[in-house]
Design a binder for this molecule. Structure first.
Ligand code: DAH
Length: 345
């Protein structure tokens, strides 16, 4: 019997040593120490032994069982540790790997242009202000020296809602608003980006478009300030080599008035299809604020002078990015909109 015990001991130690998984180890535990395990069966068979032999064999079996128990415990810990390590290794995440490509939106070309213009003018000390899109006839026209029945009203096809209210045709309306709102009649330096509306719709016009207006009112403001400001503006937006050309023109709210052309940035002024072979592109309306406009909005034209300008943001964006049809700007086609990140890089 002693030999049998010794054999079981050696065999079990060997098997436990070689166990590869916790599950295998548990099976071995059942095999040797379980209710029907080999050692247990031996203990049960002790009845057949003589009274002298019994304590000796009993003691031996118990010590082997204790030894095995310890062995199982140690092995179990070892295997658990190993399995955990393997699991951690298998589930390891490399946080330094590049992620899957996610789709991100991109800024609308109009917003790009607006933000660039705002940054520039804010850096020169201007405020950015807004006004209502549903405007009164008074602010859109009358306070800009365009009384009812004035022929120049025909320059802009307007959407009237009632005889008094219309969708503003020009951000110039905000010129009057800013001057009227300034109760102390202190100097003004503002730009006004915003939506404007006219009854037109073709490749270069949309019924809704965007303008940016500029207004400066102060003592001793001259045409030279206007020219310098527009030069900085256009060169920043369209390139350092951009040249400006001031053509005398007519706007009811400025005197003198100009239409301002920039040298074609596609051909540099040589003449191409973009500038219709002229070398110039008309981009802005501008001039010195008409004394009537100053007066009507509470500024003394003997003390103050000012300049103003207005330009179409859509046209600017089209030229800057080579967009051929203004209506693309309003269709929200992702294929169109996603191109501009690349272009600005
Ligand atoms: N408001 C004019 C338009 O929409 C553009 C314009 C011309 C604005 C001259 C001005 C200006 O401020 O001085 O056609």
């Amino acid at each position: 019997m002693k030999e049998q015990i010794e054999q079981i001991k050696l065999a079990s130690i060997e098997e436990v040593k070689n166990a590869k998984e916790v599950k295998e180890l548990n099976d071995l535990k059942v095999k040797y120490l379980g209710k029907k395990g080999e050692l247990t069966l031996l203990l049960r068979g002790m009845g057949a032994l003589s009274p002298e032999e019994r304590p000796i064999i009993g003691g031996l079996v118990n010590s082997v069982r204790d030894e095995l128990n310890q062995l199982f415990e140690a092995k179990e810990k070892e295997l658990q540790k190993k399995e955990l390590a393997e699991k951690l290794e298998a589930e390891k995440i490399d946080v330094t790997l590049p992620s899957n490509k996610t789709k991100t939106g991109s800024k609308h070309p109009l917003n790009r242009v607006i933000e660039e213009i705002e940054d520039l003018f804010v850096s020169m000390g201007y405020d950015v202000v807004e006004g209502p899109e549903l405007e009164t006839d008074e602010y859109c026209f009358e306070r800009l020296n365009l009384p009812k029945g004035h022929p120049a009203r025909d320059m802009q096809d307007s959407f009237y809602i009632t005889p008094e209210y219309l969708l503003r045709t020009q951000t110039s309306a905000v010129q009057a608003r800013v001057m009227m709102a300034n109760e102390e009649k202190t100097p003004i330096r503002v730009i006004v980006p915003g939506k404007t509306y006219r009854r037109e719709d073709d490749a270069t016009h949309s019924h809704q478009f965007n303008q940016v207006e500029g207004l400066v009112v102060d003592k001793n403001i001259t045409l030279a300030h206007l020219k310098g400001t527009l030069e900085v503006f256009m060169r920043k937006l369209l390139g350092e080599n951009t040249e400006l050309r001031f053509r005398p023109s007519y706007f009811p709210f400025t005197e003198p008035s100009y239409e301002v052309d920039v040298s074609c940035f596609k051909c540099g002024g040589k003449g191409c299809n973009l500038c219709k072979q002229t070398g110039w592109i008309e981009l802005l309306g501008a001039g010195m604020v008409h004394p009537n406009v100053l007066k009507m909005n509470g500024y003394d034209p003997k003390v103050y002078t000012g300049f103003a300008f207005g330009t179409g943001l859509d046209r600017l964006a089209m030229f800057k990015y080579g967009i051929t049809d203004m209506r693309y700007l309003y269709r929200n086609d992702v294929r169109f909109l996603s191109q501009f990140d690349e272009m600005d890089r």
